[in-house]
Design a protein around this ligand. Structure first.
Ligand code: PRE
Length: 378
């Protein structure tokens, strides 16, 4: 599960079936999977993707290098970070900050405005960062607030993430043959993983072409760098392998990218847990029925609203990322003497929204574009 006091531990504790099990700490994703292969653990919970920081390379690498892992369950948590220090340490005395690189990416702005002179020291996990602070090896750690009590630290800042609504996706992985955890009424996903030799953007260009195929419209492809000439790819297809559309997408992917290995089909998570739900889980007050992945029944307004809230959170997170990318393009273009607006590109974007969402999509595209580049001068 990773060391104690991580979001990964929270993800594991959120599963009712983990209630009666003893949890085994591991420093890295590779170590957690090694516990599974040695038979010391039945399954390993691994963080795989964050809406702000992207895929987690260590996890993808560990999955690729493992004999034949399968995913048995997925959990999604919204993440909020705190800056943890030894009690009584003022921000002005913070010279070094540690945490997982993914956490660092999500709090960069806060750190540069509140502790501008502090040096970032990457750690294999946020909990290891907190341990370093406890043992005096570092002044502060970026971690979940729940880690403070575990390491005898206090928060010098809470809710320090630059974007609200960020969520991390975790996969519970086991060896092939392990029983899938049935979640009645839940949607499923089928994932594939592989490592490919690739110079510069070769693989990305290949995938962009492949993505245009009608079988792959719903598939999500995540590529991460794994050294200068190597890339890791995680492909997620909606549905189970016994659904024809899923089988077709998986078949086409494996045909086009030999070496892409299936991680199996599993119950997918829709619900993003709120911090209060999570704190109940971490303090052991969760009920055994606290199943986070069940799809709401058609008449269940409360559950449907929860689903809408979770979807809105993802939309807000995605919009924040879009705003940052858009502003960067505009900055570069204007730096080269160009205009803020590229109307050809805007037309193409608007068309895409209208084609998939109908007329209302055009209005959404206009609002999104206006948010990203300001009002167009008429
Ligand atoms: O793609 C670009 O060139 C951008 O500047 C980004 C963007 C957008 O937000 O999508 C913003 C302004 C331009 O008029 C077109 C598109």
């Amino acid at each position: 599960m990773g060391p104690e006091g991580t979001f990964t531990e929270q993800a594991l504790r959120s599963l009712p079936e983990a209630g009666g099990s003893s949890l085994l700490a591991a420093a890295t994703a590779a170590q957690a999977l090694a516990h599974v292969w040695r038979g010391a653990a039945e399954a390993a919970m691994l963080p795989v993707h964050n809406t702000v920081a992207g895929p987690v390379p260590d996890t993808l690498r560990a999955l690729v290098e493992s004999p034949a892992p399968v995913v048995v369950r997925e959990v999604v948590l919204d993440v909020e970070f705190a800056l943890l220090v030894r009690p009584g340490t003022p921000l002005s005395r913070v010279r070094t900050v540690s945490g997982h690189p993914h956490a660092g990416t999500q709090v960069r702005r806060w750190l540069s405005s509140h502790v501008p002179h502090a040096r970032w020291i990457a750690a294999p996990s946020n909990a290891e960062g907190a341990r370093r602070v406890k043992d005096g090896e570092c002044d502060a750690a970026v971690a979940g607030l729940f880690a403070a009590a575990r390491y005898g630290l206090e928060a010098a800042g809470t809710g320090i993430q630059d974007s609200s609504g960020a969520a991390t996706r975790f996969l519970l992985c086991a060896h092939r043959g392990a029983a899938r955890i049935p979640v009645p009424g839940c949607a499923h996903r089928t994932s594939l993983i592989g490592r490919f030799p690739s110079r510069s953007d070769q693989l990305t260009v290949h995938l962009q072409k492949l993505k245009k195929h009608p079988f792959l419209q719903e598939v999500s492809l995540n590529v991460v760098h794994d050294g200068p000439d190597s890339r890791l790819l995680l492909a997620d297809c909606p549905g189970r392998m016994d659904r024809p559309e899923t089988a077709r997408a998986v078949g086409l992917l494996q045909l086009s990218l030999p070496g892409l290995r299936s991680l199996g089909s599993y119950a997918s998570a829709h619900h993003v847990m709120s911090p209060s739900e999570r704190s109940r889980i971490m303090t052991g007050k969760a009920t055994a029925e606290a199943d986070v992945s069940v799809e709401p029944a058609p008449g269940d307004v409360t559950r449907l609203r929860e689903k809408i809230d979770a979807l809105d959170q993802s939309l807000i997170g995605a919009l924040q990322q879009r705003l940052t990318a858009s502003k960067e393009i505009q900055r570069l273009r204007m730096g080269d003497g160009g205009a803020r607006i590229d109307s050809g590109r805007e037309h193409a974007i608007r068309d895409r929204y209208t084609q998939t969402l109908g007329d209302g999509g055009g209005a959404v595209a206009d609002a999104v574009l206006e948010m990203c580049r300001g009002q167009a001068s008429r």
